[in-house]
Design a binder for this molecule. Structure first.
Ligand SMILES: [Zn+2]
Length: 126
């Protein structure tokens, strides 16, 4: 794993690169930007020399709603990912609030040049 500047918010995005298949997974946990480069199903049957750029699927989420994070009481490791739009963000919030297994959850967003963090669990009362 290494880091590169996120093209969306300029924070550090993590990049996982899998040499054997030349696949890449890039994710920014500040804004939710993601980019994946994956071999198409079946392309692994080709020899390495026979693989061309046509054998890859590139997925980019350039202007996501945000990045989510959540963690269960039962685990030390949380999960994170991209929220593409407001509908996904609402569904994520509902899932966290309705579950009594989630010990921590938040959404980070990049808007108007600023990264904001919206803590969902534990519920913060101002
Ligand atoms: Zn970013």
């Amino acid at each position: 794993m290494f880091y590169q500047l996120c093209p969306n918010c300029n924070e550090e995005a993590t990049v996982d690169f899998y040499y054997h298949k030349q696949e890449e997974y890039c994710f920014c946990n500040s804004c939710g930007y993601m980019r994946t480069i994956e071999l198409k199903p079946g392309a692994w049957r080709k020899t390495f020399d026979g693989i061309t750029s046509d054998d890859y699927i590139v997925t980019v989420v350039n202007n996501p709603y945000g990045a989510f994070y959540y963690k269960y009481y039962s685990s030390d490791v949380g999960a994170q990912g991209t929220l593409k739009n407001e509908e996904e963000a609402k569904a994520f919030m509902m899932m966290c609030i309705e579950s009594n297994l989630v010990s921590e959850a938040y959404i980070k967003r990049y808007e108007h040049g600023v990264i904001t963090k919206n803590q969902i669990i534990p519920i913060v009362i101002d």
